[in-house]
Write a new protein. Structure first.
Length: 194
């Protein structure tokens, strides 16, 4: 599958359409070449937060399920060099999809400057043996762009996902906007209360 988005090219090269705006969160979708699945992007200001705090929360696998949309039972598979690790998680799906999904990805955090960080999320579907009652998500490519401002951390979460299991893109594209919107909403709430 040649769907790699290529770091910041995701935000720069696509024509984004605003699909939802509420509570300071904006969520967009964009069409990709040679792929029926829509890309997603969400933007928000995490008010009163520091870059170090947001990175620490993203590194805390035990709390991913408290803010990452649909995620549950996250676990670290392998720590790698620097701020890189392989993570396994299960994902709730709407009941009409029947089978729950699971996802294996590499989370790599890079401090790109004193006030910015880039988090790369790369799906690794074969890094962990498949489990019987789950459909393995065959493709995920995402990223976070984080920037410290005087008011907090500006966060942009973007990516593309193929949930697998033979689901038509017309179905998954109707739900894709929830991924960035709900994740940013829950992340902001988690940061505010913890």
């Amino acid at each position: 599958m040649s769907m790699m988005l290529g770091g910041s090219a995701l935000a720069a090269d696509l024509e984004w359409t605003l699909k939802k705006e509420r509570d300071g969160i904006r969520a967009y979708t964009a069409k990709l070449q040679n792929n029926d699945h829509l890309a997603f992007k969400g933007e928000a200001l995490l008010k009163g937060q520091t870059l170090d705090r947001v990175i620490a929360v993203m590194r805390d696998v035990d709390t991913l399920d408290q803010w990452l949309h649909t995620c549950y039972d996250p676990e670290t598979v392998q720590e790698e060099e620097g701020l890189s690790r392989i993570v396994y998680m299960k994902n709730h799906t709407p009941t009409f999809l029947v089978a729950e999904r699971d996802l294996v990805l590499r989370q790599k955090i890079e401090r790109t400057s004193p006030t910015t960080a880039h988090v790369t999320l790369t799906g690794l579907p074969t890094a962990v043996p498949e489990k019987k009652s789950f459909v393995r998500i065959p493709f995920f490519d995402g990223q976070w762009e984080l920037e410290q401002t005087t008011d907090g951390v500006r966060a942009i979460y973007s990516g593309v996902i193929d949930p697998g299991g033979g689901l038509p893109a017309t179905i998954t594209n109707m739900m894709v906007i929830d991924t960035p919107f709900e994740t940013l909403k829950k992340l902001d709430a988690f940061l505010q209360r913890s």
